[in-house]
Design a protein around this ligand. Structure first.
Ligand code: FES
Length: 105
């Protein structure tokens, strides 16, 4: 699927991602370094925080309690559609999804 990202600079980037990896990994593989992902996907850092477009957000599995707690530590205050991108698995249905990378991560 094609995933769209809006970066902190305002630039937009479209990534053709394989299914099965995390959105964080797809972004990093495509050179989006604004998503720091310090802990490498272990749900221990919140530096992979993204705002998900509402339509995609509704389609995702609910986040775990651990992810919910970690989002409270995100540098940019969480919104109703905040997720940790390392906890979102890319699926074919996600084609056209849009993720906004917070200015402070
Ligand atoms: Fe650290 Fe997602 S990469 S919580």
């Amino acid at each position: 699927p094609k995933l769209h990202f809006t970066l902190p600079s305002g630039d937009k980037k479209t990534v053709e991602a394989p299914s099965g990896i995390s959105v964080m990994q797809a972004a990093r593989d495509a050179g989006i370094e604004d998503i720091l992902a310090d802990c490498g996907g272990a749900m221990a850092c919140a530096t992979c925080h993204v705002f998900v477009d509402p339509e995609t957000f509704r389609m995702l599995d609910a986040h775990s309690d651990a992810e919910d707690e970690m989002l409270d530590f995100a540098a940019t205050e969480r919104s109703e559609t905040s997720r940790l991108s390392c906890q979102i698995t890319v699926t074919p249905e996600m084609d056209g999804a849009h993720f906004t990378v917070p200015v402070e991560i």
